[in-house]
Design a protein around this ligand. Structure first.
Ligand code: DGJ
Length: 750
């Protein structure tokens, strides 16, 4: 998969999905040559530009060759100071205050498999699943060594890159930038895609023509954030969901990040991504090594679904870990929107009884079970049970669930402390703060300084003490504010710029210890919904609460947006009450259920208050979900229609089982229209030569799989070849209500 041609000095990284090529020029410089469809061989048919460009300087050794300038050549890892005026990948400040350092090629090695990254989550692979190339660059004066790592996976369309930076000299160096990768494209005929949002409005797709100049997708919040996701794609303007070229990047990191594009003077495009340099600096002592986070890069020739399926497959095979990596997830009921802080043993017992009756599988006790927390003003950090609310303790609620055959889950927010807490009174220096400045509060809480080992130990001890009881089967790990005054008591002034990254490293250390110590527990991460929905958190916790907005219409957009990078199996999705608590909308129960069935399914409402008729409907939903769960959670996901396109009024999702035998198609329409256009829905990813029978049909507004529904739908029981379903498609019948949802289940003939 990885070769180096000694004669041409060309590295060729290739599998059956892409080729990625760069060369060593003049024995020193790494120049990017090609990334795209797999090539038999790379011979350099498109030569590198050798033009005398005004105002593009020459390195001293090539003063007389005015056609050679780092400013115009496609760089593999851009540097600063020697005349490449585009975005640098590395910024190193030397003891004399200058930031100019040469990095020349010094050798390479190719390894089977993929080494782990020190202190950071990353994709993993068996020896026969991947090959890794490490290319070493050195400063000729011996002060710095940089190792660029590239991993190619057999059969997966992803390439990973990361960088190791080592101080090989005798004086300390300061890193002011350490990107994970850089790539230069020869043109700029791209649309730029990113995922933006806010609290309860995460991951909408932004797609704009790539502009000349520098554009940035970033977070400086100390978290991967609701506002911008650590994802970027460059798609050809004609690229759609099912066809066309796209290059995409997803960072495995949960803190402040930056993903920049630059279209420069000659129309080429640079992408540089990694830690946010505006939020980072790092002292590197002699002998020390700095490891950057990893970026997962995708080239897909088959559209945005091709890109997403490459991410999904790689994340499911090489990122998720533990017992639940390949396992379907339990259907839960969470008491947050049912009770908020107002619960006691009796209420939880009633929820457990009702959940068991409805066929649910996991009872989750959310915020408010500890300290004296009856609202969000107090008690974070004091992880002792509130006996006024729960006389039988956690064990009592757990026993009530277990007795009924349900699993039991518990909420924590371990990275935070309330000002009103025993922990803050005992350790006011354990929070992030600037010594002589007022503190900023978010939801009345402060952020614990996870860069300190004693704080890490405290968190591990508190959470472990409860998990060691053995009664907790699931943990929801929340994080409800961003980092301000990110300074650490006692850290040397010149090292304070390290605090935000050290916080993230501390978090990973804590998560590694806890998740390894409790391998049977299912962990779900959360940050006010999906404020830290990133690949790094998924490495520790295989699912994430997607958003605090549980309205079905909003969720169709949020989940569709999330699916550009993350597989449905990683998205928590619940049915909630109407009028919806976030936007007040009233949607049919079926629409709420079908929307939530995309992810790890659950209910987040007071199920004890449902009428008998509604309970019947829930029982039917639960039975349907259990039947389809392997296909929905472990199958291949395709977006057929997205709420970001066209009229923004429709969404359609398709799921194909692992064995390709079962297909589920969901269609949602937000607002009914007069003179309803007939929607032709084309399926995708079927075997054109195979026959598919429409086995089940759930028309709008009713969940019962009844003969009336089957009769109304002329497709019921009929069989078609895959090519017709993909080319001709099916019609959606006239829709005369708002917020409708449909489901078809097809079965492939043996
Ligand atoms: C934010 C989460 O996203 C909610 O689901 C809930 O757990 C609250 N925090 C509890 O404070």
């Amino acid at each position: 998969m990885i070769s180096f041609d000694e004669q041409t000095q060309v590295f060729h990284l290739r599998n059956d999905r892409f080729s990625y090529v760069f060369e060593v020029a003049r024995g020193r410089y790494l120049l990017h040559r090609y990334w795209g469809r797999p090539l038999r061989a790379f011979r350099g048919s498109a030569e590198l530009p050798a033009l005398d460009r005004a105002f593009s300087p020459q390195p001293e050794d090539y003063e007389n060759d005015r056609t050679f300038s780092l400013d115009v050549l496609p760089q593999e890892f851009s540097q600063q100071g020697h005349g490449d005026f585009r975005i640098p990948s590395l910024g190193v400040v030397l003891p004399d205050g200058t930031d100019v350092i040469d990095l020349f090629y010094d050798g390479y090695r190719i390894l089977r498999g993929k080494p782990g990254l020190q202190g950071l989550p990353a994709l993993y692979a068996q020896e026969d699943e991947a090959e890794t190339l490490e290319v070493t660059l050195r400063d000729p004066r011996g002060r710095l060594k940089v190792v660029l790592s590239y991993t190619v996976f057999t059969g997966d369309g992803v390439l990973t890159r990361s960088v190791r930076i080592e101080n090989t000299g005798e004086a300390p160096l300061r890193l002011k930038q350490a990107a994970s990768f850089c790539v230069d494209f020869p043109d700029h005929a791209f649309d730029r895609l990113s995922l933006y949002g806010g609290h309860a409005a995460e991951r909408s797709l932004e797609r704009c023509r790539l502009l000349r100049g520098i554009e940035e997708t970033a977070s400086a919040r100390g978290a991967s954030s609701h506002q911008q996701s650590p994802f970027l794609a460059l798609a050809r303007p004609e690229t759609g969901e099912l066809a066309g070229e796209v290059y995409a990047f997803s960072l495995i990191y949960s803190g402040s990040f930056s993903m920049k594009t630059e279209v420069e003077q000659f129309g080429t495009t640079r992408v540089v991504a990694g830690l946010n340099p505006a939020d980072f600096s790092w002292q590197l002592q002699p002998g020390e090594v700095f490891q950057t986070p990893e970026v997962v890069c995708v080239y897909a020739a088959d559209g945005l679904n091709g890109m997403s399926q490459a991410f999904h497959a790689a994340y499911r095979k090489h990122l998720l870990r533990g017992k639940y990596r390949h396992a379907v997830r339990p259907i839960l009921v969470n008491n947050w929107e049912a009770t908020y802080f107002d619960f006691d043993d009796e209420k939880m017992d009633a929820l457990a009884a009702c959940a068991a009756d409805l066929g649910l599988e996991l009872l989750v006790l959310d915020d408010g079970w500890f300290g004296h927390r009856n609202d969000d003003n107090t008690s974070l950090g004091d992880w002792a049970i509130n006996r006024e609310k729960l006389k039988g303790g956690i064990e009592g609620v757990a026993a009530s669930a277990h007795r009924r055959g349900l699993k039991f889950g518990l909420w924590f927010e371990p990275e935070m402390v309330s000002k009103d807490s025993a922990l803050y009174r005992a350790h006011p220096d354990w929070v992030l703060r600037a010594p002589d400045a007022p503190m900023s509060f978010g939801r009345h809480q402060l952020v614990l300084d996870l860069s300190r080992t004693e704080v890490q130990d405290y968190i591990v001890a508190c959470v472990s003490k409860i998990l060691e009881t053995g009664v907790v089967d699931y943990v929801k790990w929340d994080f409800n504010r961003h980092l301000t005054e990110a300074f650490s008591a006692g850290r040397a002034p010149e090292r304070q710029g390290e605090t935000k990254h050290r916080y993230v490293l501390g978090l990973y250390a804590v998560l590694e210890r806890i998740t390894q110590a409790f391998p049977d527990v299912l962990f779900e991460s959360c940050s006010g919904g999906g404020g830290r929905f990133d690949a790094a958190m998924l490495y520790y916790m295989p699912q994430t609460w997607t958003s605090d907005d549980t309205d079905a219409v909003c969720r169709q957009a949020i989940q569709t947006g999330t699916s550009y990078v993350f597989p449905p199996l990683t998205m928590g999705a619940h049915v909630s009450v109407v009028p919806n608590h976030q936007v007040g909308r009233v949607t049919p129960m079926q629409t709420r259920a079908f929307t939530a069935m995309m992810g790890c399914y659950g209910y987040e409402l007071d199920i004890t208050q449902l009428s008998e008729e509604e309970k019947q409907e829930v029982r039917a939903q639960v039975a349907l979900y259990k039947r389809l769960r392997p296909t929905l959670q472990l199958g291949t996901f395709t977006r057929l229609l997205t709420p970001f396109d066209g009229t923004k009024n429709e969404t359609a999702w398709m799921f194909k089982s692992e064995d390709a035998r079962e297909v589920a198609v969901f269609y949602f329409k937000t607002l009914a229209e007069p003179a309803t256009p007939i929607r032709r829905l084309r399926l995708a990813g079927l075997d054109p030569d195979a026959r598919y029978t429409f086995r089940e049909y759930y028309p709008a507004q009713t969940l019962s799989h009844d003969s009336l529904g089957m009769a109304r739908q002329s497709l019921a029981g009929k069989t078609f070849y895959g090519d017709e379903l993909m080319q001709e498609g099916i019609n959606i019948e006239k829709i005369d209500a708002d917020f409708t949802a449909y489901l078809w289940v097809l079965e492939k003939k043996a």
